[in-house]
Design a protein around this ligand. Structure first.
Ligand code: G4P
Length: 521
């Protein structure tokens, strides 16, 4: 085992709304880590355009590995795992489930737009799971909101107290650097042509800062003092307890604030800890190997019905080739084909430690939420299902394929590709599919045709909100106009509403009804 294997891990995800800069930040973090690990070497290559290929070169040269699920790189005496949260058009349950595989999250906010809807949904999942959140205000190089107002609005929306670790010197659009609120010093940023990978910062003490940027520094000082007077200072216990969120100001495009984010992740973000099993027992990171599957990807290679299961290591050391136990069936599972995947390129993963992500190939037995382990048996709790917002009926177009249709829908439900809802009223011919993003429907349509040879027709339903209903109130809720009650495969009863206004009106008129919001609902 080499040193890298034993370094402490930091496993996190970036939660953001499309266009906030997640891809830019991801590249900047990996490039910065790579540049730094070359002990002060300066990469003269300007221009972001070349970074993807630079990145792949670096992957070979310095052991950065990228899977379509996770990016891993060494930084200082740590190994950092950035688990990807699929977003944009492919926003789906996977996006939420990824958050079960991380120990902390970076909430990326566009300085001009503030907190946006997709970020808020993902934040709610973090809050529900008790994942500590670090906030990064991005694009400070462009005109944006006033920093105090921005923090105020974030606090109102998420209920966490923002505790800035840095404070911008210069308003949004005039980013000179940051005041480091823990040292009182000035981290001055210097723009490099096209945002090169060179580390663009200089550290000055307060006196030198006041001389270099008299007006802007005085203004930043004032902001810093105002925050301190208001008690908005970092407190590690409150951060870990999910009561506060440390805040950094950045411009991912210019590499400003990227180094500070890495430092904060290493210093403040939690390391992989014990994992609680279904029976309430805990597996410590140094115990025998165990991992759980948080994502399954199928059909990447149609010629071999390829199924790749991504597992997060919870305890022990994973070694490729080891035979582990699949907790659900008790059967042995061989890991000969553990891989890291980047685009079409796959490389073998030889060893992984708690916090790391491994891709298991040909994992047809593994489903989302399953546990695999060595040594003493352990089973981790299933991953929660999330509040769907898109609904459609599904039916088979060729009734001769009815058996395959039923089997396929059942499989996709079990795999966690889609939630399937049923009711007596609708019968078995056309169950309702529920999703958190419309891409999930496309996946169902494609897989039903390709894998089960049962082409389907989907008809979207005019619902956008689901609430959990108590069994004893089922009939009463079902009798309301415009509301439908259906049962999910796990037995949970869901009432479907066309929109928030309809739901609110019903709640106002029937205050005794218990209509419980689901996670991220
Ligand atoms: P995403 O993955 O969150 O969707 O965002 P992405 O990184 O693709 O960034 C979205 C757009 O915002 C890109 O511009 C990107 O260059 C820009 N951007 C990201 N970070 C910053 C920043 O710190 N400052 C400024 N000014 N812009 C930033 P684009 O025009 O859509 O694409 P491109 O042509 O620049 O690639």
């Amino acid at each position: 085992m080499d040193d890298l294997d034993l370094r402490p891990r930091r496993t996190f995800a970036v939660i953001s709304h499309p266009d906030a800069g997640k891809s830019t930040l991801t590249e900047a973090l990996a490039l910065h880590a790579a540049v730094i690990s070359e002990a002060g070497a300066v990469h003269g290559k300007g221009g972001r355009k070349g970074t993807v290929s630079d990145w792949m070169e670096m992957e070979k040269a310095r052991g950065i590995s990228i899977t379509s699920a996770a990016l891993q790189f060494a930084y200082g005496d740590h190994v950092v795992n950035l688990v990807d949260t699929p977003g944009h058009a492919d926003f789906s349950e996977d996006t939420y489930r990824v958050l079960s595989a991380v120990d902390s999250a970076v909430m990326l906010v566009d300085a001009a737009k503030g907190l946006e809807p997709q970020t808020l949904k993902l934040f709610q999942v973090c809050a529900h799971r008790g994942i500590p959140v670090i906030t990064v205000i991005n694009k400070w190089d462009r005109p944006g909101l006033d920093p105090l107002e921005l923090l105020d609005s974030i606090e109102k929306q998420i209920g966490l107290r923002p505790t800035p670790l840095t404070w911008p010197v210069g308003i949004a659009g005039d980013f000179r650097g940051v005041l480091n609120r823990r040292t009182g010093g000035f981290i001055r940023y210097t723009r490099t042509a096209g945002g090169s990978t060179r580390v663009p910062e200089e550290h000055l003490d307060a006196e030198a800062a006041a001389a270099a940027e008299p007006d802007r520094w005085a203004e930043a000082q004032e902001g810093h003092e105002l925050l301190s007077a208001d008690g908005a200072d970092h407190d590690q216990d409150k951060f870990l307890a999910g009561q506060t969120t440390p805040v950094l100001f950045a411009s991912a495009l210019s590499n400003f604030g990227v180094a500070q984010l890495l430092e904060v992740l290493l210093e403040l973000a939690p390391a992989p800890g014990p994992t609680t099993a279904v029976d309430g027992g805990q597996r410590q990171p140094e115990d025998d190997f165990s991992a759980f599957v948080f994502k399954v990807q199928s059909g990447m290679d149609t010629s071999h019905r390829d199924r790749l299961a991504y597992a997060r290591v919870c305890s022990g050391t994973f070694e490729r080739g080891m035979v582990v136990t699949h907790a659900t069936t008790g059967r042995p599972f061989t890991t000969k084909y553990a891989q890291a995947v980047f685009g079409r390129e796959r490389t073998s993963v030889e060893r992984a430690r708690p916090g790391d992500i491994v891709g298991l190939v040909n994992a047809s037995a593994l489903r989302v939420g399953d546990t695999i382990h060595a040594g003493a048996p352990v089973r981790y709790p299933p991953i929660a299902t999330f509040a769907p917002e898109y609904f459609a009926t599904v039916s088979v177009t060729d009734t001769g394929r009815w058996k395959q249709f039923r089997k396929g829908i059942e499989q996709l439900d079990q795999e966690g590709v889609i939630q399937v809802l049923r009711s007596e009223l609708r019968g078995d011919q056309a169950p309702v599919l529920a999703a958190v993003g419309p891409m999930q429907f496309e996946v169902v349509t494609a897989r039903m045709e390709a894998e089960y040879r049962a082409p389907v027709r989907l008809e979207s339903l005019d619902y956008s909100i689901a609430r959990r209903v108590e069994p004893e109130q089922r009939d009463e809720v079902a009798a309301l106009r415009g509301v439908e009650v259906m049962q999910r495969t796990d037995g949970v009863l869901l009432a479907l509403f066309s929109d928030r206004w309809r739901l609110e009106a019903i709640e106002r008129l029937n205050p005794h009804l218990r209509l419980e919001a689901l996670v991220a609902g």
